[in-house]
Design a protein around this ligand. Sequence first.
Ligand SMILES: Cc1cc2nc3c(=O)[nH]c(=O)nc-3n(C[C@H](O)[C@H](O)[C@H](O)COP(=O)(O)OP(=O)(O)OC[C@H]3O[C@@H](n4cnc5c(N)ncnc54)[C@H](O)[C@@H]3O)c2cc1C
Length: 437
Amino acid sequence: MDKARCASPTGRRNYSKAFPPLCSSNCLPPPTALSALYKPSLRYAILGAGFAGLSVAWHLLKQSSDDSRICIDIYDDAGIGGGASGASGGLLHPYSPKAKLLWRGSECWRECLDLLIIANRAVEARASSNAPQDSFCSFKERIVWKRGIIRPASQKNVDVLRENAQSFSESCYLELLDRSAAQYLVPDLCVPLDLAVYMPLAMNIHPKRYLQALFLACNDLAECEEREIYLFKESINSLHQLSEEYDAVVICLGAKVDKLPQLSGKLPLRTCRGVIAKLQLPSDLPGEYDHQRPSILSDAWLAFREPRSVLVGSTWDWNSKDYASSVSEEEASRAMEELMPKASAVYPPIRNWTFVEAQAGLRAMPPLTPYGSLPLLGCVDDIIGESVKCRYWLVGGLGSRGLLYHGFVGKLTAQAVLSSNESVLPSEFTQWKSISK
Ligand SMILES: Cc1cc2nc3c(=O)[nH]c(=O)nc-3n(C[C@H](O)[C@H](O)[C@H](O)COP(=O)(O)OP(=O)(O)OC[C@H]3O[C@@H](n4cnc5c(N)ncnc54)[C@H](O)[C@@H]3O)c2cc1C
């Protein structure tokens, strides 16, 4: 990419020391020629291009007033979806493992669907206009793999599952199935207690494709609203380096937030590494998984992506500090030993499938509250303790349900940032601050 053409307009960070932006809303003439034209009145930095960061970016662009010139710089040293988001299983539904509708689950579900539609549209618009494909997104590849998720009841949850399933979200409704109905959907599924919960509208998405498409959507919106958005593949090692340049900095660093010196050890987060195994059905064996069948949830989950390809997840290695998305041979074989008995207990034919590769990510797990394990939102100026003109906001602790939460928490956070008013955030999301003081 031509560095000069993509350099940012004057008045922003000195990018001569930074990496050039990977992608921007438009390719600009040299900064000097534009300094008179482009005077962004509000400058925001978003740290992290995972579910949280890109949702905040979209909502900042969407919600800012028509007459404000805003410029957003996103920083991610690993690029879009380089953290837990890109490594996630992409399973999406608003229920707990016991089929209880999560707190504000219906809103989270709707906001996430909205972003999926927006991302899909950005990709479709490019595909239909025959625009040249860029390295970020292939228009031919689907974002949503599969609709429907089924969870057979087990001894430990059967009663509570039956009871919780009575109150569901209309927009992602539940059905209780007996064994024969469940096995009509998935022949060979084990349904030992003659009960399974079926979520016909739940889905399994390809998280990296989705995030790449959402970034395209952000670019499109910025272009048509004459706003600016840039992505820098750059590591942020301290918040000091940003404070003079931005009106607000939104910290969406996932589990790595603890590496920032200003926040290290100050947030009530635990880490938990998860490994997912990709398996395939050898081409000479029968038993393809029909594309209309749902994904399966159990002690392990099975997200079938193609008739002969499936992701099986996930392990839970609490307090791990291993951020790597790559998985060693030894770690992969430990994960297989743990996952395969669980997966084959619910879907025995999986024993015929063979290991292809493994991927991993580190979850940032928030504390359990009376409302469940909620993401940590809010202004963190107090915690950072700096007296600067810029405000710092956190979108953290998305735990094991970041895909579900990201649309809703991104929307709320954008409202708080634009109005510089933390009280627009529901207190349930900011309560962690009073507890951790
Ligand atoms: C194995 C596994 C499976 C999962 N499956 C699901 C699922 O099926 N459904 C679901 O809803 N959730 C799932 N999750 C949880 C979900 O992935 C997380 O909740 C979510 O990804 C968190 O998003 P985030 O944007 O907060 O963090 P991240 O996705 O980790 O994003 C943080 C970004 O910040 C960047 N970054 C970090 N430090 C720096 C720095 N110093 N400078 C610059 N950039 C930096 C990283 O590269 C990364 O891209 C899963 C998680 C794991 C680990």
